[in-house]
Design a protein around this ligand. Structure first.
Ligand SMILES: NC(=O)c1ccc[n+]([C@@H]2O[C@H](COP(=O)([O-])OP(=O)(O)OC[C@H]3O[C@@H](n4cnc5c(N)ncnc54)[C@H](O)[C@@H]3O)[C@@H](O)[C@H]2O)c1
Length: 303
């Protein structure tokens, strides 16, 4: 039976299902130099985001590895084209975490609008700063601009609509957008007319950041920026400048350029709610991811 390496952890029930099915399962994280040595022992590897399947790792597989499964959405930690050139299939679980990421983005919007984490930190420091936290804003009645109208974009649009927000979307590939009654507009129109802007797109290494100083200059004063997409989709220098100038009221950030060591000036900024890339980190999402990974492996190795 096929040998499966799980490097970044997986839902316990799903691991058990793989074992019950007869797969030989190893759960072990390897730093890259060790992974290059070990990978050739396996038929398939399952990763989340910590493990990078680089060209040297793929070369280390010595034509033995047949399948790479990314438990999650983005495959930017995998050299997909190179793997495929070596006849290694790359698969992911695109829909399993959409609602979890959308709920987190919404949670960050509330957190920024009412400074909930800052108020909590102040209370825990023994203070009662009612005045300092009296300048909140509402979500209801505001315009939410969603950049990327795919699975997560559509999910947050549904949730935000239920809160009484007016949702508009921009998608670079409108023919694939899951608009579900959300009007699609140009990026410029979205940037100019939104009170809250949330990103749900992959990072494009060639095009770079989607929100740069040019877009920040066009935004409404007091806009809220939420990034649960990928580090780099928002230019971090431009965001910092816009926070300092007051153009941006606050930002909720789950994803960072320098993960796992993001720049401290943004993390520690008083207007930033900072969290460590936990968009898909719910029991429900990981349960669904695990279930989909099990299906992928069973299907692939039944041939
Ligand atoms: N924070 C987390 O833990 C977490 C978890 C899952 C996914 N994500 C990120 O969320 C992103 C979106 O996930 P999804 O499941 O909705 O993907 P999806 O493929 O269903 O949707 C992405 C949409 O964005 C559009 N798009 C791509 N590039 C664009 C650009 N530059 N500008 C505007 N639109 C663009 C696509 O046409 C597509 O409609 C993923 O690519 C991933 O980077 C983050």
């Amino acid at each position: 039976m096929a040998k499966i390496l799980i490097t970044d952890g997986m839902d316990k029930g799903a691991v058990q299902q793989l074992k019950d099915f007869g797969f030989e399962v190893t759960e072990q994280f390897y730093p890259e130099p060790e992974l290059i040595q070990e990978i050739k022992k396996y038929d398939a590897v399952v990763v989340r985001s910590a493990t990078k399947i680089t060209k040297p790792v793929i070369d280390g597989a010595d034509n033995h590895l047949k399948l790479i499964v990314r438990g999650g959405v983005g495959v930017d930690n995998i050299e997909v084209a190179y793997a495929e050139s070596k006849h290694i299939k790359v698969m992911n679980t695109p829909g399993a975490s959409s609602d979890s990421v959308a709920e987190l983005a919404l949670g960050l919007m509330f957190a920024v609008a009412r400074q909930i984490p800052q108020a909590d930190a102040s209370m825990k420091a023994g203070k009662w700063e009612k005045k300092a936290f009296s300048g909140g804003i509402e979500l209801a009645g505001k315009t939410l601009g969603t950049i990327g109208m795919g699975r997560i974009g559509a999910s947050i649009a549904r949730m935000a609509g239920a809160l009484g927000m007016k949702v508009i979307g921009y998608d670079r590939f409108p023919e694939t957008a899951r608009t579900r009654n959300v009007p699609l507009v140009s990026k410029e129109e979205l940037v100019k007319s939104s009170d809250y802007i949330t990103l749900h797109i992959p990072y494009d290494k060639v095009a770079g950041a989607e929100l740069t100083a040019k877009e920040f200059a066009m935004m409404k004063d007091g806009v809220v920026i939420i990034n649960c997409a990928r580090g780099g989709t928002v230019d971090e220098d431009a965001l910092l400048a816009a926070l300092n100038s007051g153009k941006v009221r606050g930002a909720g950030i789950d994803v960072w350029v320098g993960e796992p060591n993001p720049r401290r000036d943004l993390v520690e900024h008083p207007k930033v709610v900072a969290i460590p890339h936990v968009g898909a980190a719910t029991g429900e999402a990981q349960g669904r991811v695990g279930g989909e990974v099990v299906q992928i492996l069973k299907e692939f190795f039944k041939k």
